[in-house]
Design a protein around this ligand. Structure first.
Ligand code: FAD
Length: 398
């Protein structure tokens, strides 16, 4: 085995595989390491918003994702109290729909795209530690099967998720960290209308997302402080939340059946970690994690990947250029994600108040504003361009 590469990427899901793919396309020798044996599902619902789809299209992998059979999602409804919005996000670069492929289908498509682009992929390969030269990361210590070995590269990318080993080993500090806000439970159901629907009531949030094989994901979010009480009773909690928050959905579920065991988590952290240092960089959940209620993790991982690769360009072998590129990535990553991070924390508080409901009522009176609202949710409309003179007039007259 030749154990010297240009870049080592740790973690081969929505952050790691596209990073490996794009860097390999530049011409780098890239090693993509993954602890799990692929294909393997992961704890996550599935929604890829329009900006994420647009990046898949730009990278040339959208046709493979569509070929998994996940239905295109071109409408969304959001019901809170007596207000119901129905519309669709704006298109991004010609991608009009969202997609929700099962992760055991999506993630292997991305790995294959990385391999087809020239990256070397090793699954069942756990990064145990990093190798340093002074304070500079120069490689990783890996175990594949029963064999431990060292691999070296001028850049190690930690795409290894919220509990990142790379972040832990370099001691990447938290730049921002907020308390956990929600817990979530979800499963897959048969024979439901294949529609993307969101329902909110004080203290709970219920959603359906159509996915592969005619199945529909049914999920519910609750305040974090209820996790201790709900864990072990997640299915009852989910069904009860549906009953109270979306009674018509509960009736529809009677005609179908649960297709898979319940999944759930109370560990949804909210943070930015330092993004980079000498010889290392974090991308995806490893560097920035937020509550999944706004379903932005996959799309934002793709956006981070594109930003990182644009910053690095062909500068990996020039230490000063690489250092400047990683600093630029760190600054731009923060600017790109911080507003949506704040909005996610606000949504995850699960406390739609009177003022917010009146705002939604005003938005719902205009199809244009409704689509703008869903575009802000998807990321197609920058959050700071969401408020328009028309909306201010409507609010003033209500
Ligand atoms: C309940 C829930 C629902 C969600 N719903 C959505 C949604 O609808 N839409 C959306 O966009 N996002 C959603 N998310 C968020 C989304 O799943 C994540 O943001 C996204 O999967 C992060 O991808 P990643 O590649 O950064 O990390 P991960 O998916 O965590 O992948 C990291 C990979 O690194 C590997 N790894 C870890 N340590 C090592 C090591 N030491 N050596 C080798 N490999 C290692 C792991 O095995 C793993 O495969 C949801 C999350 C949760 C928890």
């Amino acid at each position: 085995m030749n154990n010297t590469y240009d870049v080592i990427v740790v973690g081969a899901r929505v952050a790691g595989s596209p990073t490996a793919m794009l860097l390999a396309r530049i011409g780098y020798r890239v090693l993509l390491l993954e602890r799990a044996r692929f294909p393997r599902d992961t704890l996550s619902t599935l929604l890829i918003h329009q900006p994420g789809g647009a990046l898949l299209k730009r990278w040339g992998v959208l046709p493979e994702v569509v070929a998994t059979g996940c239905p295109p999602i071109d409408r969304v409804s959001y019901t809170v109290a007596d207000v119901r919005l129905e519309g669709c996000s704006w298109a991004v670069d010609g991608v009009r729909t969202a997609f929700a492929p099962r992760r055991y289908l999506l993630d292997p498509v991305l790995v294959q795209a990385a391999v087809d682009s020239g990256a070397e992929f090793r699954d069942e390969s756990t990064v145990l530690d990093l190798v340093f030269d002074g304070d500079r990361v120069t490689g990783v210590r890996v175990r594949t099967g029963g064999t431990e070995y060292t691999v070296r590269a001028p850049l190690v990318v930690g795409a290894d998720g919220m509990r990142s080993t790379v972040a832990a080993r370099v001691g990447a500090p938290f730049e921002t960290e907020e308390p956990k806000l929600t817990c979530a439970f979800y499963t897959y159901w048969s024979d439901l209308p294949q529609r993307f629907r969101l329902h909110e009531a004080p203290g709970s949030w219920v959603g359906t997302i159509p996915t592969n094989g005619g199945a529909t994901l049914v999920g519910a979010y609750f305040p974090q402080h209820r996790f201790g009480q709900l864990r072990g009773h997640g299915l009852e909690a989910l069904l009860s939340a549906v009953e109270h928050t979306a009674p018509e959905l509960r009736e529809e579920m009677v005609g179908g059946r649960m297709l898979e065991r319940l999944h759930g988590t109370g560990d949804q952290r909210n943070f930015f970690r330092r993004a980079a240092g000498p010889g290392w960089v974090l991308v995806g959940d490893a560097g920035h994690h937020k509550d999944s209620i706004t379903a932005r993790g996959i799309t934002d991982a793709f956006r981070q990947v594109q930003l990182l690769v644009d910053c690095i360009g062909d500068g990996v072998h020039e230490p000063q250029r690489l250092s400047d590129a990683l600093s630029r990535f760190a600054a731009l990553r923060h600017d790109m994600l911080v507003t949506d991070y704040r909005n996610t924390l606000a949504t995850a508080a699960l406390a739609a108040g009177k003022h917010q409901i009146e705002l939604l009522r005003a938005i719902g009176s205009s199809a244009e504003l409704t689509d703008r609202y869903f575009s802000a949710m998807s990321g197609a409309c920058p959050a700071d361009e969401f408020v328009t003179p028309e909306l201010l007039d409507l609010m003033a007259s209500s």
